[in-house]
Design a binder for this molecule. Structure first.
Ligand SMILES: [Zn+2]
Length: 106
């Protein structure tokens, strides 16, 4: 993924995201511009969001295996869609995506 830094206008390839704990079981995913070192937040997650993410990955795996076997697992697909919706809602709420990007810009 190619990214242009807002600060120094340098383009760079985003290779690795960094993670750190913000306390209270909240984790921040971010990256730095390799040129000027400006920090960009990707998202923050909390414990329940990470649990949902795990569930989503598990469901995806089950569906992949079942599909390989030739089964169409409608119930699992339906559950996966619900999990993804729930996950998106929580992420939007935690990351303030509906409103402007929080006042604490990094
Ligand atoms: Zn930069």
């Amino acid at each position: 993924m190619k990214i242009t830094c807002d600060n120094c206008k340098e383009s760079f390839e985003l290779k690795k995201l960094k993670q750190r704990s913000l306390g209270d079981e909240i984790q921040e995913t971010y990256y730095n511009c390799p040129n000027c070192n400006k920090e960009y937040r990707v998202c923050i997650t909390n414990k329940s969001i990470r649990e949902l993410q795990n569930k989503i990955e598990q469901k995806k795996l089950i569906i992949r295996i079942e599909t390989k076997k030739g089964c169409k697992n409608i119930k699992e697909v339906f559950e996966l869609e619900n999990l993804i919706k729930k996950h998106k809602k929580k992420m939007d709420k935690l990351n303030n995506r509906k409103r402007r990007v929080g006042s604490k810009q990094v």
